[in-house]
Design a protein around this ligand. Sequence first.
Ligand SMILES: *Cc1c(COP(=O)(O)O)cnc(C)c1O
Length: 459
Amino acid sequence: MGAATGIMNDFSHLPSVDTLLRADQATDLIKQYGRELTLAAIRDTLDDIRMHLKTPDEASEPLNDQRLLKIASVRLQSWLAPTLCPVINATGVILHTNLGRAPLSQSAQQALLAAASGYNTLEYDLLNGSRGSRTVHASNLLCRLTGAEAALVVNNNAAAMLLVLSAFARRKGVVISRTQLVEIGGGFRIPEVMAQSGARLIEVGTTNRVSLADYESALERDPIALLHAHHSNFKIIGFTSEPALKDLADLASRNHLLMIDDQGSGALLDTAHFGLGHEPTVQESLAAGCDLVCFSGDKLLGGPQAGIILGKNELVAKLKKHPLARAMRVDKLCLAALSATLIHYLKGDAENQIPVWRMISETEASLKLRTSAWQATLDFGTIIGGLSTVGGGSLPEETLPTSLLALDVRNPHNFMVKLRQVDPPVIARIENDQVMLDPRTVLPAQDTALLSALQKTLD
Ligand SMILES: *Cc1c(COP(=O)(O)O)cnc(C)c1O
């Protein structure tokens, strides 16, 4: 008997899809996952076995109906397993781009839920019972907060920059310093965004130094705007200089050019109050005289992903009418969460209510109380001093002193792998061959889950 006959014989034992569907377990699966999906999983399971099983011996357990349906059920689970799931961030990087940047405040979460669960006034004017505009929602709060004349919210800061440059600088020159031709990460490169918008790049200065005179000499190349971009995620040190934003804005104003600032982080509070370096604020950009200021909603602002554009009335009006604005518009969920976040700043409780600022302002002493409690519960690990970072393309090289729980485990790498397999997964970091847990970025409500994950992994 040849091998081919052997395979045929083996497969002839496999039940048909219809037979499997009639089994009790299949009924349960259909209840849980629906008929179409269950059918697809059963078909896939059978196909897989026909393709991969060469001889009957390879099946460690007999492939009876029960076992086949079990395999189908595992397949169904993995098809529907969430890919976007909550994790515990024990890395100490506050704005961790890979972990979703800023967690939202309680009231932003409530606003999200309220907007999600029913109808709302997204584009409805209650007073007149007529069509309203979605652009009003966060805008009035942004203007009140910053003193800007007008505001527009789009999908993210990359979109904001693309919109601004497309609307005002298409086929026109834009002057930017070589010190600021930056890549932010996630594929955002200032020169590429400029090229995409159709703007002509006019580079001035050198990699490390640029002067006002450099900008002045570029004026003969007939630009429409000066662009200033925050360095965001890197720092130039040593023999460096850049003119103050105010001097650039004055130069732009004297020459009837637009002054555009890619402010980046959306800092509305002064980070220097928390022992960090000073991150330029949105208010400072406006006070310097910039015509348009762009920044992210989910960095130091501490809100949802968004790109915020502030500026003069007639400029923002032109942006609103641009076809790209429609393509980049934000949804009701974003506007709800953003508005709630902005209200914290207006009421003066941002530092207590917005998780990013609560994390920034937490002292080493209070963090040490948490690592001590963790250590006591686990009866394992040593408490050592360490450093947290802000992350998210702001304040590079700046750190906050923290208290770490250091775990001396046999294989730190394997331990981290195991920690990531718990539900919810824990993301930590390795330093000096130890697994380090930083309480700064672990939300207090997650302490119990963190400890149970650690206990399971330590066992
Ligand atoms: C982060 C950042 C961006 C990109 O913002 P997204 O909201 O992530 O699109 C652009 N410019 C600067 C200076 C930044 O820091």
